[in-house]
Write a protein that binds this ligand. Structure first.
Ligand code: 13P
Ligand code: SF4
Length: 365
């Protein structure tokens, strides 16, 4: 942070109501120079200020097409990085709280993935055999790795299409960091479960034998989203007993068993669209983050639809929740004062390669 910026300490005890008023005033003052993008998991007191909302794919496209000078991303770190990579060099991407990371993204590091690539080389030539596919929930250096090695990025809404793109080029895929999205998408393509093996980054050769590597169609990184592991088949069975006509919809970061028992599986945007288009009087069980499910329940109760959260415990994306009205007010008022705080800037050489992998995704989906 530069020295003349207003420090966050002036905001941390600011009451929420005061933050709301000041956010609105700062937005009005910045006008078209500012765009606020909000992910669907964002808490409502921040989400309400977003100019555009969406899932990761939609928000990436919005960032790429934005004309604003400042893109304030109410989401997590990798999303603000994508906004920086896809926007023009003079545009500035901002994450209101730098501690808003994604714990799943942190499970795949460049060092671990490069080691996996070296270890795979002891069995076969990975650059000729594997397409590296990274879920957008990953750091920019991993997207750059994919750009450099003929690979691609995917999101929860295009993963199957991206796997098809990948298999049209090479016979195997190394998919990171989310094993669940990779497994579900491979399954939807008709790949048998036994042809998808798990890579444990703590074990030599990922804990696999050379024979398993040769036989596999997809090697799945052992990463996961802990928020989405809270949903269980038992939650679904109980719901079905209580509501035999009810419908179940889940995010593909849920376990394979949960996805298999669901009537619909898809991204956050897909979940919203599906419930929105459902008939009045329908009853839904939704397996994704609580802020989104609460919003759905509120929004559709007037249409007579009931929306129920899948877990019995509270499970929120605690890192995304760090973006609060205080941080949003702080970064916007700094912009009004001509100061940029929490600028997310991917190193240029990394950004060039990451953009290659992201552009392949945007072209293929
Ligand atoms: P979506 O792209 O479906 O919004 O998912 C992003 C995410 O992080 C889900 O946990
Ligand atoms: Fe990451 Fe899970 Fe939060 Fe999504 S819900 S941003 S995968 S930690």
């Amino acid at each position: 942070m530069n020295d003349s910026a207003i420090p966050f300490s002036e905001y941390q005890n600011l009451p929420d109501a005061a933050c709301q008023t000041r956010i609105l005033a700062a937005k009005a003052s910045l006008g078209k120079r500012l765009v606020i993008l909000g992910h669907h998991y964002q808490r409502s007191d921040v989400f309400q200020h977003a100019d555009f909302t969406g899932d990761s794919l939609k928000l990436s496209r919005l960032a790429a097409n934005s004309e604003a000078d400042y893109i304030v991303f109410c989401g997590v770190h990798f999303m603000a990085e994508v906004a920086d990579i896809l926007s023009r060099p003079e545009q500035i991407s901002i994450l209101p709280d730098l501690a808003a990371g994604c714990s799943m993204a942190d499970m795949a590091t460049l060092a671990r993935v490069e080691r996996a690539w070296r270890e795979l080389k002891t069995v076969l030539d990975p650059d000729a055999t594997f397409t590296p596919v990274t879920y957008i929930n990953s750091a920019a250096d991993l997207k750059a790795f994919c750009g450099e090695h003929g690979g691609i990025v995917c999101t929860s809404s295009n993963a199957t299409k991206i796997l098809e793109w990948s298999f049209a080029r090479r016979e195997k895929v190394l998919f990171f960091p989310d094993q669940h999205l990779g497994r579900w998408s491979g399954h939807k393509m008709g790949i048998p479960l036994e042809d998808m093996v798990l890579w444990d980054w703590d074990q030599p050769l990922g804990g696999l034998t050379p024979e398993q590597v040769r036989k596999a169609k997809i090697i799945l990184w052992k990463g996961l989203c802990s928020v989405h592991q809270m949903f269980t088949p038992a939650n679904i069975q109980r719901f079905r007993q209580e509501h035999p006509d009810g419908q179940v919809i889940s995010h593909p970061e849920c376990s394979f068993e949960v996805c298999e028992l669901s009537d619909y599986v898809g991204s956050t945007e897909y979940i919203i669209k599906t419930v929105a288009e459902a008939k009045s009087g329908t009853h839904w069980l939704v397996g994704t983050e609580l802020n989104l499910v609460n919003r759905l329940a509120e929004q559709f109760k007037t249409e007579g639809k009931t929306v129920q959260f899948m877990a019995s415990t509270v499970c929120m994306c605690s890192t995304m929740a760090r973006i609060d009205p205080q941080h949003l007010a702080w970064c916007l008022e700094n912009l009004v004062a001509g100061q940029v705080v929490n600028h997310i800037k991917v190193p240029p050489d990394e950004a060039v390669l990451a953009r290659v992998a992201l552009q392949r995704m945007l072209d293929a989906s």
